[in-house]
Ligand binder design. Structure first.
Ligand code: PEP
Ligand code: MN
Length: 361
């Protein structure tokens, strides 16, 4: 079912006037100097929108919670000096008033706020009669209806320029990502509100800068509309989210490497492919976790053998083991050669582990 919303296309132009819309800047504004140095370097790449968190929603208390309103004039200075539009997160009515007073161009609602309909409604009410683009991050939990609900609340307050920001979802399982992308959720959002621009936030999905390019490319392959990428002139010294921030130079490299495919030809195909790949990623994650668990058992066996003076390798055990795996594999349509290779590699690694344990003092 398609959702009824009253949207206008974004008036903000993307990189070189086209797709993708890039937003970049530090996780948090820290000082006037940090904000301005970073902004100059990002503006030199042609990025049209600067981001910087002024109020930071932190998971635990006593962490750095943002510089607060003193940082707003720094964003004004960025705007004046570089011509970039400036954006920040608002989580309550006071933030909205302050941000509007200082001429912030785009507001976004963070993942923890968009999960709370009371908070979103209050923000929406404070925006009545105001003309400003508002971007809505996905709620922390993978619930497309809750995301749509937040978008509808903002839209029903009369805001017509809205985009969704896909920043991944928290999960209890350990994965390589800080927040699992669950691509099927923004894909479902696109199906339900086709005209709504979707901007991916690879920084908060990845949690580490090495993974940013792949997630950015995937978002472009899905024909999403933009990227918001945390960028800091000295990322390792950042006061929040240090591991996931790029330098402006690193950002330039990611943007240069992005391949923009023809959306008309590729979009449908890429959606299906992305869902399939998502499944593969999840299964590989599980595979690695299983192998990790298996190696832990191997370590226990190694210690037990050492304590009881038993040799590492018992030939009969390995023959029996391989034979049973080959039978199981054949039933599942996996070739003898393949099973042989996989289990020989696993067995070899187990022996190496046990040898190390035997040689420990
Ligand atoms: C942020 O963009 O810095 C931020 C806090 O994001 P999120 O709400 O996605 O965690
Ligand atoms: Mn951040």
């Amino acid at each position: 079912m398609v959702v009824e919303v009253d949207l206008k296309p974004l008036s903000i132009k993307g990189l070189k006037g086209k797709r993708p819309l890039i937003m970049a800047g530090p996780c948090s504004a820290e000082s006037e100097e940090q904000v301005l140095i970073t902004a100059r370097e990002i503006a030199a790449l042609g990025v049209p929108v600067y981001r910087a968190g002024i109020w930071k929603p932190r998971t635990r208390p006593n962490a750095f919670e943002g510089v607060g309103s003193v940082g707003l004039p720094w964003l004004q200075a960025v705007k004046k000096e570089t011509g970039m539009l400036v954006s920040t997160e608002v989580a309550n009515v006071k933030h909205v008033y302050e941000a509007l007073k200082y001429g912030v161009d785009i507001l976004w609602i963070g993942a923890r706020t968009s999960a709370n309909p009371f908070a979103v409604q209050e923000i929406a009410d404070s925006l009545k009669g105001v003309k400003i683009p508002v971007f809505v991050k996905n709620p922390v939990n993978p619930d497309v209806d809750l995301w749509i609900g937040a978008i509808e609340r903002i839209n029903q307050a009369g805001i017509e320029e809205i985009a969704a920001i896909h920043r991944g979802f928290s999960s209890y399982d350990k994965t390589i990502y800080r927040n699992s992308p669950h691509w099927q959720v923004p894909i479902e959002l696109r199906r339900r509100i086709p005209e709504l621009p979707i901007i991916t936030d690879p920084s908060h999905i990845c949690g580490s800068r090495e993974l940013i390019y792949d997630i950015s490319q995937k978002a472009m392959d899905l024909n999403f509309d933009g990227l918001i990428i945390e960028t800091h002139h000295q990322p390792d010294k950042a006061w929040s989210d240090a591991k996931q921030q790029l330098t402006p130079e690193g950002l330039g490299k990611v943007l240069d490497r992005l391949i923009m495919r023809d959306p008309d030809i590729d979009a449908e195909l890429m959606l299906t492919l992305a869902e399939l790949r998502d499944n593969i990623d999840k299964l590989d994650d599980k595979l690695i976790n299983l192998v990790e668990q298996r190696m832990k058992v191997v370590e226990n066996i190694g210690t037990y053998k050492k304590d009881n003076n038993i040799t590492i390798l018992q030939n009969k055990r390995w023959d029996d083991m391989l034979r049973s795996r080959l039978i199981l594999g054949e039933r599942k349509g996996l070739s003898e050669d393949f099973i042989n290779k996989i289990f020989s590699a696993i067995h070899q690694e187990s022996i190496n582990k046990q040898t190390r344990i035997m040689n420990e003092d």
